[in-house]
Design a protein around this ligand. Structure first.
Ligand code: GLN
Length: 244
């Protein structure tokens, strides 16, 4: 069995080392002895998306979002088929916003989204910038989600979408709507956390891998790894940003 990862628009959507998330997924799979391929897909390249087990889209500025909106729109049916077949999608910041109904920039330009998840995002003149520590639950177990945000968009979740995590501490924590972070709708995950997020949130990385392996009925291949280094880093960041 081969685990296939697609990295969408790596040339346009790669703020704050979002590419690192793809590397973390690849490495954590390889450390389990899994055969992994990573394909980069950008404007005009149209491989069959349901052939992928995991699709990752990073963050970008408004300018990039406007550039890729049309190209992304052409992939909507393929992405929908992929999701129906169990493909797992992770969207970060711009990648997250583009999965929803639309993203309206702070200057009022409305960029159409894929309408795959029930969210809308409106840009604000005040940016939210800083480190964030969140808590999320994965199959009944609490774990940390740690990253960095820099965005103007404020996202509202509709009834079909559920929040991904609860904010314990955001350096830019000023708005009530920041109390909840990200989204989950089926196998689609969205978050504002860059960093790369998955290097600091190994349980979430493994959860994405587990869901991707579920597609092949091969979850058993996700054998345990030693996360003590990641755990120590998390504790250091929690002490620094949240307090003792
Ligand atoms: N352009 C979007 C915003 O500012 C996304 C930014 C990002 O990906 N960091 O909200």
């Amino acid at each position: 069995m081969k685990l296939r990862i697609a990295h969408m628009y790596p040339d346009l959507l790669d703020l704050y080392s979002d590419r690192g998330n793809v590397i973390v997924l690849q490495k954590r799979a390889q450390w389990r002895g899994l055969d992994v391929t990573v394909d980069k897909i950008t404007l005009g390249e149209m491989p069959e998306l349901k052939d992928y087990d995991l699709i990752v889209m990073g963050g970008g500025m408004d300018r990039e979002q406007i550039i890729l909106a049309e190209d992304l729109g052409r992939r909507r049916d393929q992405l929908d088929d992929a999701i129906q077949s169990g493909t797992v999608i992770l969207g970060i910041c711009a990648g997250y916003q583009m999965l929803g109904h639309y993203y309206q920039t702070h200057t009022g330009t409305r960029v159409p989204g894929l309408e795959l998840i029930d969210i809308i995002t409106i840009g604000d003149n005040n940016r939210v910038v800083g480190n964030v520590v969140c808590e999320m639950e994965i199959e009944g177990e609490k774990t940390l989600l740690i990253g960095y945000e820099n965005r103007s968009g404020r996202t509202e979740l509709g009834p079909q979408a559920e929040p991904l995590a609860r904010v314990l501490r955001s350096v830019a924590y000023t708005q009530k709507d920041n109390a909840l972070e990200g989204v989950r709708q089926g196998n689609i995950f969205g978050t504002y956390l860059h960093g790369p997020l998955l290097a600091k949130s190994p349980d979430f990385a493994d959860y994405l891998l587990r869901l991707a392996l579920r597609r092949h009925d091969a979850e058993r291949l996700l054998t345990p790894l030693d996360n003590s280094l990641e755990g120590r880093t998390q504790q250091k960041l929690v002490r620094k940003w949240v307090g003792a």
